[in-house]
Ligand binder design. Structure first.
Ligand code: ADP
Ligand code: ZN
Ligand code: ZN
Length: 729
């Protein structure tokens, strides 16, 4: 006798609480059924929380009499996250050992974390009415901007997103046109990409494109290892062109700072569509609209930063991660996932190809490529045919420095400017000076809450801690000995800006750092000014290493890299190599090859010399061999238990207790060790390091251990979290 399956009745719901479990509820009484992947509103203690149904089941571990019904099913029970995505997210919380609710929240746009938010309807487009066309027959009259917008709409209907491209004041203008009855809105037709041809591809590009297209419809990871300017983006565009024309969707992830108007313009123009843009600086409403448009398959192309990885896309045919080595792909708090690794996982689940592109691939990816797990495509020729920049190492040990710059450097800058070209000066320290000190007694301005010096921001007369945000006024006298002998030691970007301006009064000096570009869009405005091409000096931090290519820059000065050569973090050298190559690659054109001046006190450093003389690949290869020798990732797998508290003893006690209950097995445990910066914002930070030769060994031991850790009484006095595949110590 066949028995009918018992109807599934218990909803297993992920809730935004830091607990490692799903919660059981009954369906809302009398309401619609909640599908898996749908939002529900449920009672939780005295609150009501928005959760997501992850699965349904006939049974519950909770006594049936105590199960509560959901308050409401949101979005009419429509699943917002499809089965594939739920599977990926489930994998994520198991792999990263993080609370399921928190993981699922990451997949939702912030607006949908609130119960009152409704899914937006289909997007509208605006088109001319009969009357509108008639109006166009007549003279423009005084309302020039209205007439211009009307003519624009006469060519084709436009969405709000496309209208926003026409200028800043389109909204009121459009409203007036609608009042007049000249324009009306209607549900937007599905976008059909209108591709414009790209340049003829170079042989290396052709090979990469062919291999990637051949892998369409199955899982394959491609490492696109191409020097800056080798045409990686052009490869993405060619592949997307084909996939989009077959009706698929594409997902492109870029680092935080890489999402420039320049890049969006390029995709928009070449593919003839409006990408859905998803990142934290987009307003909540726009983000929701873009997300919904991707989820319903209306948007063909999503471009976004880290968390856009979780966008539901029913027709997803390829994932592309540009600058795959970039640290911003790893979330550094809460749900500490690596968007690069999860992207590969997502592609594998969907059986689609994924491209990891970089001029300076991470050692992890190079290792995977060398082992044959990834297809490795090298682009060694610049598509622009510009020569790679020439390096000049300047030993600054026996030089007088002017605010950190050697005379030789200043002369080279002067020559470049007088040839009508641009200079970029790179220093990864903002502010005026990294330390304020007393010349009489040696007092230093330290942050009371962190193991860090306070940075002197001279313009605003403040001392700032760049780690916890603490601020205070600059004292007039030494707080220790009352001497009037305070001065800065070392230099930051603000000081460089001023010194350079004083030395070259006729050249504009533009500063790019977190202070000068705080206002939205100001980075792009300054970048556009540089693109105009007249001689100027760009002074900036890490920010300058990414996103923009400045063709008129022919001299790059790297002021000081010596700290990275001595760092206690084993990844510091890899990062330094990447940064140097990235900064140097920002410069130069065909006719005007670039020069990079590297000021250092360590000219004999072997790794540095290898990077400069042989290039990134041999440098990375040597680094990789060192990691293998030292049994460090990617040769091994790591996880950290990080803990912090106001009292150092509490942290140590917890981690020691944790260490005692570490289960026997093949993975090894090290620590407790203080974090590289032990004290931040008044909290002491330490960690235990677990390391194994195989991922499976690591995870097997972690899982049983974590259950014990959650029960440790010493854990109540600290904040602790697990970080799987940590990127910093
Ligand atoms: P990457 O992403 O590797 O830095 P891009 O794709 O941005 O390189 O290419 C650098 C420049 O070269 C761009 O201006 C691009 O339009 C141009 N370019 C790329 N491929 C070609 C090609 N095959 N022929 C001519 N120009 C190209
Ligand atoms: Zn003093
Ligand atoms: Zn501080």
């Amino acid at each position: 006798m066949n028995r009918l399956p018992v109807p599934a009745r218990v909803l297993k719901v992920a809730l935004p609480v830091p607990l490692p479990t799903l919660f059981d509820y009954l369906p809302a009484s009398g309401g619609s059924q909640a599908a898996v992947g749908a939002r529900v509103l449920v009672p939780f203690g005295r609150r009501k929380l928005v959760g997501i149904v992850v699965e349904t089941d006939a049974v519950s571990r909770v006594d049936p009499g105590r199960l509560l019904p959901a308050v409401a099913i949101l979005d009419e029970g429509q699943p917002l996250l499809d089965a594939g995505l739920l599977k990926l997210l489930t994998w994520c919380w198991q792999y990263y050992k993080h609370a399921p609710g928190d993981v699922l929240q990451t997949a939702l746009p912030p607006a949908l974390r609130k119960a009152e938010t409704r899914l937006p309807g289909p997007p509208l487009e605006y088109r001319l009415t009969e009357a509108g066309h008639n109006r166009l027959e007549q003279a423009p009259g005084r309302a020039k901007s209205q007439f211009a917008l009307l003519s624009e709409l006469a060519k084709r209907p436009l969405s709000a997103a496309s209208l926003a491209q026409t200028g800043p004041r389109w909204r009121p203008t459009l409203a007036r046109l609608m009042e007049q009855g000249w324009v009306q809105s209607a549900e937007q037709a599905r976008e059909v990409p209108r591709v414009s041809p790209g340049p003829e591809l170079m042989p290396e590009q052709v090979q990469a494109v062919r291999a990637i297209k051949q892998s369409a419809g199955r899982f394959q990871c491609h490492l696109l290892d191409g020097v800056t300017g080798s045409g990686k983006t052009e490869v993405y565009l060619s592949v997307l062109e084909t996939l989009l024309s077959e009706g698929k969707q594409g997902l492109v992830l870029v680092p935080e700072i890489g999402l420039t108007p320049q890049l969006l313009r390029r995709f928009r123009r070449r593919l003839g569509l409006e990408p859905a843009v998803l990142h934290s600086k987009v307003s909540e409403g726009e983000r929701l609209a873009a997300w919904e448009s991707a989820r319903t398959g209306r948007s063909r192309l999503v471009i976004g930063t880290r968390s856009a990885l979780f966008t539901p896309m029913p027709g997803l045919g390829i994932i592309i991660l540009d600058e795959e080595h970039d640290a911003s792909f790893k979330q550094q708090d809460g749900f500490r996932y690596s968007a690069r690794d999860v992207a590969v996982k997502r592609a594998s689940g969907l059986e689609v190809p994924v491209i990891l592109g970089s001029a300076t691939p991470s050692l992890e990816s190079l290792n995977n490529a060398a082992a044959g797990r990834y297809q490795w495509h090298r682009l060694r020729q610049r598509a622009t045919r510009a020569a790679m920049p020439a390096w000049r190492v300047l030993d600054v040990r026996h030089h007088t420095l002017f605010s950190g710059l050697a005379e030789g450097t200043l002369e080279a800058m002067g020559e470049t400017l007088s040839r009508g070209e641009q200079v970029m000066v790179f220093l990864n320290r903002r502010g005026w000076a990294p330390v304020l000190m007393c010349g009489d007694c040696g007092w230093h301005g330290l942050c009371g809450r962190c193991d860090a010096h306070l940075t002197w921001h001279r313009g605003i007369g403040q001392l700032w801690c760049h780690h916890c945000g603490f601020q205070q006024r600059v004292p007039a006298f030494c707080p220790e000995c009352r001497a009037d002998a305070l001065s800065g030691a070392g230099e930051g970007t603000q000081q460089l800006e001023q010194v350079i301006q004083a030395r070259f009064p006729d050249a504009p000096v533009l500063r790019f750092d977190r202070d000068s570009t705080r206002r939205k869009g100001s980075f792009d405005e300054q970048a556009e000014a540089v693109m105009e091409g007249s001689p100027c000096v760009l002074v900036g931090t890490q920010m300058l290493a990414k996103g923009h290519h400045f063709p008129e820059v022919t001299l790059v000065v790297v002021v000081n890299v010596d700290q990275s050569l001595f760092s206690a973090d084993y990844r510091a050298l890899e990062r330094l190599g990447q940064t140097l190559v990235q900064v140097s690659g920002r410069a130069g054109r065909v006719e005007k090859p670039g020069t990079v001046i590297l000021q250092t006190c360590q000219p004999e450093n072997e790794a540095l010399a290898q990077l400069i003389n042989e290039g990134y690949e041999p440098f990375a290869q040597a680094q990789l061999e060192e990691r293998v020798q030292a049994q460090l990732p990617p040769a091994t797998y790591q996880a950290l238990v990080r803990a912090d508290a106001h009292k150092r003893d509490d942290v140590e006690r917890f981690l020691k207790a944790a260490k005692r209950c570490f289960p026997a097995g093949k993975a090894s445990l090290f620590g407790p060790m203080p974090a590289i910066m032990e004290k931040v914002a008044g909290r002491y930070r330490m960690y235990l390091l677990v390391q194994a030769r195989a991922r499976s060994e690591l995870h097997r031991q972690l899982d049983s251990w974590l259950d014990e850790l959650r029960g440790l009484p010493a854990g109540r006095k600290v904040r602790w979290a697990i970080d799987v595949d940590p990127q910093d110590l």
